[in-house]
Design a protein. Structure first.
Lengths: 152, 152
DNA sequence: TCAGTATACGACCGATTCTGTCGGCATTTC
DNA sequence: GAAATGCCGACAGAATCGGTCGTATACTGA
C-alpha cells in the first residue's frame, strides 16, 4: 500500500536518465531500458504516456527518441506519477469520484483528503533535477530543506 | 498507486469510531462493522491485527469487544497503517530489503527514500483524535497547521 | 524509393495482491 | 453449558499490475 507502481518508478528513472544526458539530442526507449535493465517495450509505453502528457518530446525515425519537454527543474515527480498512474488519491473513495460507497458518508475521508493534499504537495515540490543530485558531499552543504504544511 | 488499502481504511474508521464512543466499555467487531457497513469478518481480522500490535485491547466473551489501548491522541495513523499493512515503503525496492534488483544500483531510490520518510512523518503526526475532529466550524478556528520538513 | 530504425497503440495473459468468506477453536459471561 | 465474542489459518474470487506481442505509422539516410 501507498506504494509507487513500477511503471512510475521506471518513468522517474527514465526522466532522471534523460536529465543526466542533456548533450545527446534524443535517447531511444531502448537506450534507457538497457541502461537500467528495464523491459524495453514496457518502458516504451511509459515514455509514450509521458509524451502524451507533455513531459517529453518524441521523435520517430533513425536517431530518434525522447527528450525532456522542459527543463528538469520544471518537471515535478507529481506530474510524472500523475501522467503514468492517473489521478492521485490515497483513499479509494475520494470525493473526486462518486461519493463513498460505504454507508454513512464515511467521515474519515475528509481528514485523509488533507493528508492526500499534503503528500501531493511533497511530490510537487520535487523536480527531476532534484533526483539527479543524489551524491551528497559529506558536509551536506547541498541539501535543501522544504517545509510542507499540513492543515488538519 | 500510493493508495491506502481498504483494510487500512477500515482500521482507521474503526479506531475513529471507538474514539468517538469512549463511554461504552467495549464495542464488538460486529458493532463497528454494522455502523459502517463493513464486512464483519474482515473487520474482525483487522481489529485482531491492531490488538496484536498493541493499539487495541480485546475482551472475549459476552459483552466483550475492543477498546483503545491508549488515548486517541497517542495513536497515530502511521501506527495503524503499519500494523495492518506492514512496513511502509513507497518504492518496491527500498534499501531495507535486499538491494534493488534492477541492475545499476538504481540511484532514484535514495531521493525517494527521503520522500518516503516525509510521508511517514506526515502520517505519524496525525492521531486518531485528529480524525474525529472532522466538523470544522466555518471560522476554521480549530484548525491546526503542522510543518513537515522534507530534506532533499 | 527503399530499408532500417524508431515511436504509437491496442489486445492480451500471467502473476501478484487485495478483499472477503468459511470453518474451527478458545475465552468469557450468564 | 449455552451464547456471545475474540482468535486464527486457509482459501477463493476479483482487481490490479507487469510485461509481451503484433501491427501500424513516422522519420532518416543512402
Amino acid at each position: 500500500m501507498l506504494k509507487l507502481t513500477k511503471k512510475a518508478d521506471y518513468g522517474l528513472m527514465a526522466l532522471k536518465y534523460l536529465a543526466e544526458h542533456p548533450e545527446t539530442p534524443a535517447l531511444s526507449a531502448k537506450d534507457v531500458a538497457d541502461a537500467y535493465g528495464i523491459p524495453a517495450q514496457l518502458l516504451a509505453k511509459i515514455l509514450q504516456l509521458l509524451t502524451r502528457n507533455g513531459l517529453l518530446r518524441s521523435h520517430a525515425g533513425m536517431n530518434g527518441g525522447y527528450e525532456l519537454a522542459r527543463d528538469a527543474r520544471e518537471i515535478s515527480a507529481y506530474e510524472v506519477i500523475h501522467a503514468i498512474d492517473g489521478p492521485f488519491f490515497i483513499t479509494s473513495c475520494t470525493k473526486g469520484d462518486k461519493n463513498c460507497d460505504l454507508t454513512p458518508s464515511c467521515t474519515i475521508k475528509e481528514p485523509l483528503a488533507r493528508v492526500n493534499d499534503t503528500i501531493a504537495g511533497v511530490l510537487k515540490s520535487i523536480s527531476i533535477q532534484d533526483l539527479t543530485e543524489h551524491e551528497q558531499p559529506a558536509g551536506r552543504a547541498a541539501e535543501a530543506n522544504r517545509l510542507v504544511t499540513l492543515t488538519l
